[in-house]
Design a protein around this ligand. Structure first.
Ligand code: KG4
Ligand code: ZN
Length: 342
């Protein structure tokens, strides 16, 4: 069964053809990074306009690269939410129109849940129960999957998402957008133990909180540059040395990954999953992967990086399981939902 997956929830226009939920026959991503760089972050109106321009070429390229024709596509899966409304609407309307005119079944996919399905797109197939730590710019969740479509949300962030915290701390230090990647590069040359930063454990909960950690970074940087708590964060970048930036990047990343992985490990010991996976844009990070491999007492298999950051293949993979379960949606009646919950 071949599913076309379409993803436009934020700043990547993406489409892929996925066979049987596990083979990505193509995976085309048009990134808008260069468009948003000058603004230091994603501008929703600019993102939506760019999706309009490239969504059909991206879909056609996905079919072409997979060497399939429309006749060979068994269904269309699209991100319903969460994400930016203007961005979501472009993928949503494209998928609905294609489904209606080409008479293909349509499947509505939750972007956050779909991130975990990147782990079906590799040789070693996950076994259930499967524990997933999924961390992106919008969410940080620990999910226990009992089967592909049945899961329990064990914990989530109470404030910033893991990727969001990386992006904000990067911005605080004047590192260029996209912050998570810039900070990770700086961290490679830094001392992970240069700064001791606080971890929020929140008792027995599997929830996360990163706002205190972020504030601790700000206070530490203010002290480093000889200012006080009134030093505006916008003044800090120009006052930091490259060594301070590298050291803070490394110390902050270590603290973030240790916090995330410590909860994953605790959940592992409580629920005894057969497979543990990580997902979401932050799962592309090698330091994060190393921390997981070090602490999780199971052999880990990681999805290739293009399946961790936003892509159409994870949407197509989850769409396959929705198709197997007969969970089609009506093309005339599928609202985009910017705050679709897990
Ligand atoms: O899943 P994703 O591509 O988009 C959302 O659904 O949000 O995740 C984006 C997040 C951003 O916060 C970005 O900084 C982070 O993932 N990210 C990374 C890396 N690549 C993307 N963080 C650390 N290291 C990376 N290599
Ligand atoms: Zn995402």
């Amino acid at each position: 069964m071949k599913i076309l997956g379409i993803e436009t929830s934020c700043d990547e226009t993406a489409a892929a053809v996925v066979e049987d939920g596990r083979h990505a026959l193509s995976n085309v991503v048009a990134s808008q990074v260069d468009l948003h760089k000058q603004y230091g972050g994603v501008v929703p109106e600019v993102a939506a306009r760019s999706h309009i321009e490239v969504v059909l070429p991206v879909v056609h390229e996905a079919l072409e690269k997979a060497s399939v024709t429309w006749d060979q596509i068994d269904g269309i899966a699209v991100t319903q939410g969460p994400g930016l409304l203007g961005s979501l609407l472009i993928g949503n309307l494209t998928a609905r129109t294609l489904a209606l005119t080409l008479k293909k079944p349509l499947y509505a996919v939750n972007h956050v849940v779909a991130h975990t399905f990147a782990n079906f797109l590799i040789e070693s197939q996950p076994q259930f129960p499967m524990l997933s730590l999924s961390v992106s710019g919008k969410h940080s969740d620990i999910l226990l999957f009992h089967s592909p479509l049945e899961y329990t949300l064990l914990g989530q962030t109470r404030d910033d998402a893991g990727g969001e915290a990386l992006d904000k701390v990067a911005k605080m230090m004047g590192l260029p957008y996209p912050g998570g990647i810039s900070l990770s590069k700086a961290a490679i040359n830094g001392n992970e133990h240069a700064y001791e930063l606080p971890q929020a454990h929140l008792g027995d909960s599997y929830d996360f909180s990163f706002s205190g950690l972020k504030t601790a970074v700000l206070r530490t940087l203010q002290a480093e540059v000889g200012g006080d708590f009134r030093t505006p964060s916008t003044q800090i970048p120009g006052l930091l040395t490259q060594i301070q930036i590298n050291d803070m990047s490394a110390s902050f990343a270590r603290t973030l990954y240790e916090t995330l992985v410590s909860k994953l490990v605790r959940a592992y010991h409580e629920y005894h999953p057969k497979t543990v996976v990580i997902a979401g844009g932050v799962a592309a990070n090698q330091r994060f992967r190393d921390e997981v491999s070090r602490q999780v007492p199971l052999e880990m298999n990681y999805a290739p990086i293009p399946f961790c950051t936003d892509n159409g293949a994870m949407i197509g993979a989850m769409g396959y399981f929705l198709a197997q379960a007969g969970r089609t949606v009506e093309p005339l009646n599928l609202p985009a939902d910017p705050s679709l919950p897990v």
